[in-house]
Design a protein around this ligand. Structure first.
Ligand SMILES: Cc1cc2nc3c(=O)[nH]c(=O)nc-3n(C[C@H](O)[C@H](O)[C@H](O)COP(=O)(O)OP(=O)(O)OC[C@H]3O[C@@H](n4cnc5c(N)ncnc54)[C@H](O)[C@@H]3O)c2cc1C
Length: 464
């Protein structure tokens, strides 16, 4: 490979600012967020426009390089980390980060793919609108990244996954075609709904360059409660009560095991606002109307009167609510600081959550009493991060298989929101139905027959 020649061509197209090829500059682009996956690459291409992306795609094709799209690099599936071959070019969208248009009356926002989620939210909030895609890494994750992973987070039970926000996309395909645009149409049945094919495709079917997303009214009245419950079954009973009492204004219903909260206290020196108990819930409801406050209080009172709640408090201020959320959003970081873990991002039917937790916990204890479940997640989506501390490289694989087998016995999914990337590739090929795998491979072959885009992620490599 004529590396010097490729770099020269890249610089000719993107300019010096558009290419990073020195070891120090590339290092953060070569490692995943967990620090477990490392790869090699020729350079980081940093396009500033869609035309630049088209030019990089052409160059990669000409030289037979793979292209790995990168947003904020917060993937928990090692989706944005290159393999070890060195035959890839990284395509970072970080310079394409403009907010193109906020349509207040039309409830939409058009952005470039590298715009940071929280930056877009802040701009919307300043004009009374919101993009409720909330998770611990939304200060670094990009719009292209959340679209490409169909990211979830805390507000999915009310607003749905990222795909539900997508009104339109502009994308560059593997053959260099630019498709779509960012006209804010709320309805468009003129053909296949192809943007949804790119949603969750993890950079394997096309490079998202722009997106137009549906926004929502900013809820001026937000209530939050941090409550202790005895077990997951009680959490579910409380969820049902919340749905009945608060209705569609329920915006988050987050479950945290006491063990997970203790790791935040120990690893991050952040005290829980209420005494730690076996299971804790962060419940949020939000509305444009002040009436939510009375309704939320009466829901919590009813829960206490019914004996469902052992301890807890309603946030008395925005600061206190923010402290509740800091606790919740620190769980992943605290886990990473506590030690190596086997991550599981699973979903089961909501009603099956208590039985799933019991079955997976029992299976782990039988395998090795030293394994420590570190469980948290989104009750209203049936999605748990059933992570396991106390693993090493030798046991992680067995633990993954064991937990995923329990998930499969409930008809569940091995990736509720984080995606397959490279972390879950083997398990996806072990557990997904053949018909689904074949359909996916046919789509991949139709759009990217040469395997240019994000090689080694979601799809197994084709034998040469
Ligand atoms: C602390 C923490 C908490 C998290 N919590 C959640 C959570 O609650 N819910 C959740 O869903 N996720 C969560 N995540 C995972 C992660 O933040 C999301 O997957 C996020 O969507 C990734 O966005 P990103 O910009 O960082 O993308 P990257 O990590 O850079 O990339 C992710 C994938 O998208 C592809 N990609 C990126 N940009 C583009 C583009 N423009 N076009 C095509 N493909 C592209 C990449 O190739 C890769 O496959 C969390 C991560 C961390 C570190």
């Amino acid at each position: 490979m004529d590396e010097a020649g490729i770099l020269r061509d890249l610089r000719a197209v993107l300019g010096d600012r558009g290419v990073v090829a020195d070891a120090a500059g590339m290092q953060p682009h070569l490692e995943d967020w967990t620090g477990r996956f490392h790869g090699r690459a020729l350079a980081v291409a940093r396009p500033a426009s869609t035309d630049d992306v088209v030019a990089v795609v052409a160059l990669a094709r000409e030289h037979g390089l793979g292209l790995v799209p990168q947003g904020g690099r917060t993937s928990l599936a090692a989706g944005a980390t290159p393999d070890g071959s060195g035959g890839n070019l990284l395509l970072s969208l970080e310079r394409m980060n403009r907010i193109l248009a906020i349509d207040r009356v039309g409830l939409s926002v058009a952005v470039e793919a590298g715009a940071i989620v929280d930056t877009v939210r802040d701009a919307l909030r300043a004009v009374g609108r919101d993009l409720p895609i909330s998770f611990g890494a939304s200060g670094s994750a990009t719009i292209g990244g959340v679209v490409a992973t169909n990211a979830g987070g805390a507000n999915v039970l009310r607003y749905g996954m990222t795909g539900r926000f997508v009104l339109g996309l502009e994308a560059v395909l593997a053959d260099g075609t630019v498709v779509g645009g960012v006209t804010p149409l709320h309805k468009d049945n003129s053909g296949l709904n192809w943007p949804q094919l790119l949603v969750g495709s993890e950079g394997t079917l096309g490079i998202v360059t722009r997106a137009v997303l549906k926004t929502h009214p900013l809820n001026g009245h937000v209530c939050a409660a941090l409550l202790s419950v005895a077990d997951v079954a009680t959490a579910l009973t409380l969820y049902e009560l919340a749905v009945d009492r608060v209705g569609e204004r329920l915006s988050a219903f987050e479950l945290m095991s006491g063990a997970a909260v203790r790791h935040v206290e120990t690893a991050l020196k952040t005290a829980s606002p209420i005494p730690v108990s076996p299971w804790m819930l962060l419940i949020e409801a939000a509305s444009v109307s002040a009436s939510i406050e009375g309704d939320f209080e009466s829901f919590v009172e009813a829960a206490m009167e019914a004996g469902l709640v052992e301890d807890g408090t309603i946030a008395a201020s925005g600061e206190q609510a923010a402290a509740f959320w800091r606790l919740r959003e620190s769980l992943t970081e605290a886990e990473a600081k506590t030690g190596p873990s086997a991550k599981h991002d699973v979903s089961v039917p909501i009603a099956a959550l208590p039985d799933f937790v019991a079955a997976a916990t029992a299976a782990l204890a039988e395998l090795d009493a030293g394994l420590q479940p570190n469980v948290f997640g989104h009750v209203g989506d049936g999605n748990l991060h059933f992570n396991v501390l106390g693993v090493d490289e030798a046991t992680r694989h067995r633990v993954n298989r064991l937990v995923h087998d329990v998930v499969a016995s409930f008809g569940g999914s091995i990736s509720a929101e984080h995606g397959i990337g490279q972390y879950r590739l083997e398990e996806a090929y072990r557990l997904l139905a053949d018909a689904q795998l074949r359909l996916q491979e046919r789509l991949k072959h139709a759009l990217d027959p040469g395997g240019l885009l994000n090689p080694g992620k979601v799809f197994r490599r084709r034998p040469d």
